[in-house]
Design a protein around this ligand. Structure first.
Ligand SMILES: [Zn+2]
Length: 177
């Protein structure tokens, strides 16, 4: 029985931070969580942020983010919360939202071969903080709201499209009928 997703590739590529999806962060839109995360290391009006945002691939964004100087001095103490915020943003996408929920209660482990033992697990060793955060977000979004047009909301207020959302999982007919 498979109750663990051990790498964010293949059919589980959508769990990877490299997966292309628009991410809003501090007034700008980034083409992946990785882009936004790397940019977040630098001050809000820094040209490095623009440079990172303009990279075609998440891999390039990562390289630039890691090699550039001027990173926030408290980065290591805030990066976990920033990642949480970015993942919350990512799974507002209705399609990705459903894909994450569809992983049920499976353990999510970011198995990697590039020795990232903070966010993932390499050779059986690692804190797997990305996997942990994804499980937290998965739990959080099960309490989300969705309007008839499919927009995901975190509260029951009127959607920007003019519809009132319902708790996810609730059948529209329940209140319409
Ligand atoms: Zn809506």
């Amino acid at each position: 029985m498979i109750d663990i997703i051990g790498s964010f590739s293949g059919e589980y590529k959508f769990l990877s931070n490299f997966y292309p999806v628009d991410i809003k962060y501090e007034g700008e839109v980034y083409p992946s969580v990785e882009h936004a995360y790397q940019a977040a290391k630098f001050p809000e009006n820094s040209p490095i942020r623009i440079h990172i945002r303009n990279q075609v691939t998440a891999n390039k964004a990562k390289t630039i983010g890691r090699r550039s100087r001027g990173k926030a001095s408290d980065w290591d103490s805030i990066k976990f919360n920033i990642m949480h915020q970015l993942l919350r943003e990512k799974f507002k996408d209705p399609h990705l939202h459903d894909l994450l929920v569809s992983t049920g209660s499976k353990r999510l482990v970011e198995g990697n071969y590039w020795r990232d033992i903070y966010w993932g697990v390499c050779n059986g060793i690692g804190e797997n903080n990305l996997g942990r955060l994804l499980r937290i977000v998965r739990e959080e979004i099960q309490g989300d709201w969705r309007c008839f047009n499919g927009h995901i909301k975190t509260d029951p207020g009127l959607c920007h499209c003019g519809m009132f959302p319902l708790k996810i999982g609730q059948v529209y007919g329940d209140i319409v009928g």
